[in-house]
Design a protein around this ligand. Structure first.
Ligand SMILES: Cc1ncc(C[n+]2csc(CCOP(=O)(O)OP(=O)(O)O)c2C)c(N)n1
Ligand SMILES: [Mg+2]
Length: 344
């Protein structure tokens, strides 16, 4: 078997983590995991329709990047694997679950479903079903921030956009076009590649001429970094650097986070193609267990405090299901509503 591409252990001493931050990160990671586990349960009980792509295993990327942003001010663009990005961005679990159930109270009014979570109040620019589809949208948003600041003289326009997508998306033309424009105009954007080694059943190394995606940045004169995507502190550290650079007008960054999904591509995927040894290697690197061990070892939290967080989050997730179940379906009279922006 080919050796796994794994980075040296990140040294958390190089970064500052307070107890408060550590607990906040732990809570967000746990919310992502328990929410997705509940989705699997609800999907198999027939409560959700269409494709549902879970994020288990990749939580450190969402938490590490989004929790380093200014919540509700900076922008987040996602993919079809979007539930956890939405949660990290602050969309209430109730609204996300209701959306997955196709209910009127969902963040996209039940019209979007799993792959199309959207929330204007949280600057969540959406989940996108087409691979790489969010990249030009995010690039446009980063452009408007810069345009407002430089052309319209709005000093308060200093938002940063974080654009998430997979390894498979980096073989799509939109990725290269947007890198070119983002570098050319020094846009305040983070291109966060979640390299989970697979695009459905296609192994990344078989699909691309240069598997180290962060190196593609150099062709555009852009910063590119690789980071251990199973370590939330490492991701947070890389994200903070890139955000600082973007906010200071010093341009975009590619962050290639090396990660792994613990479940199949979607809940309809029997997941028979990935080698068991590969799965074992990555599951042993669970980002949640890793942060828990660090917090306890550093005396930043006790095991009991972490269990209390899990219990609190589980209640929130259970509550989101009750909310979704008891919410109304969209009314047939509203079939044509929300197609245009003026339909608030
Ligand atoms: C433009 C386009 N081509 C093909 C597909 C079918 N498709 C859906 S997900 C996917 C794999 C994408 O893999 P990656 O970008 O690595 O993201 P991951 O699923 O691993 O998060 C493909 C090919 C699609 N949705 N859109
Ligand atoms: Mg992938």
């Amino acid at each position: 078997m080919v050796a796994e591409r794994i980075l040296p252990t990140f040294q958390p001493q190089s970064t500052e983590v307070t107890r408060e931050e550590g607990l906040m990160l732990y809570e967000d990671l746990t919310l992502g995991r328990l929410f997705e586990d509940k989705c699997a349960e609800m999907y198999y009980r027939g409560k959700m329709f269409g494709f549902v792509h879970l994020y288990n295993g990749q939580e450190a990327v969402s938490t590490g990047v989004i929790k380093a942003l200014r919540q509700g001010e900076d922008y987040v663009a996602s993919t079809y694997r979007d539930h956890v990005h939405a949660l990290s961005a602050g969309v209430p679990p109730r609204e996300v679950m209701a959306e997955l159930f196709g209910k009127e109270t969902g963040c996209s009014k039940g019209r979007g479903g799993s792959m199309h979570l959207f929330s204007a109040p949280h600057n969540l620019l959406g989940g996108y079903a087409f691979v790489a589809e969010g990249i030009p949208v995010a690039t446009g948003v980063a452009f408007q921030t810069k345009y407002r600041r430089e052309a319209l003289g709005d000093e308060s326009s200093d938002q940063v956009t974080a654009c998430f997508f997979g390894d498979g998306a980096t073989n799509n033309g939109q990725f290269f076009e947007c890198l070119n424009m983002a570098a050319l105009w020094n846009l305040p954007i983070l291109f966060v590649v979640e390299n989970n080694k697979w695009a459905i059943g296609m192994a990344h190394d078989r699909a691309t001429s240069q598997p180290e995606i962060y190196k593609k940045a150099s062709a555009f004169g852009m910063e590119g970094v690789e980071v251990d995507g199973m370590d939330v502190l490492a991701v947070r550290d890389a994200a903070k650097e890139a955000i600082k650079r973007a906010r200071a007008g010093e341009g975009p960054t590619i962050i290639e986070a090396l990660t792994y999904r613990f479940r199949g591509h979607s809940l309809a995927d029997p997941d028979e193609l990935r080698p068991p040894e590969e799965k074992d290697t990555w599951m042993a690197r669970d980002p949640i267990k890793r942060l828990a061990a660090y917090l306890v070892e550093q005396n930043l939290a006790t095991q009991q405090e972490l269990s209390d967080i899990e219990e609190k989050v589980q209640k929130q997730v259970d509550d989101s299901v009750e909310y979704a179940e008891s919410s109304p379906e969209p009314s047939p009279e509203d079939l044509r509503r929300y197609i245009f922006a003026e339909d608030e």
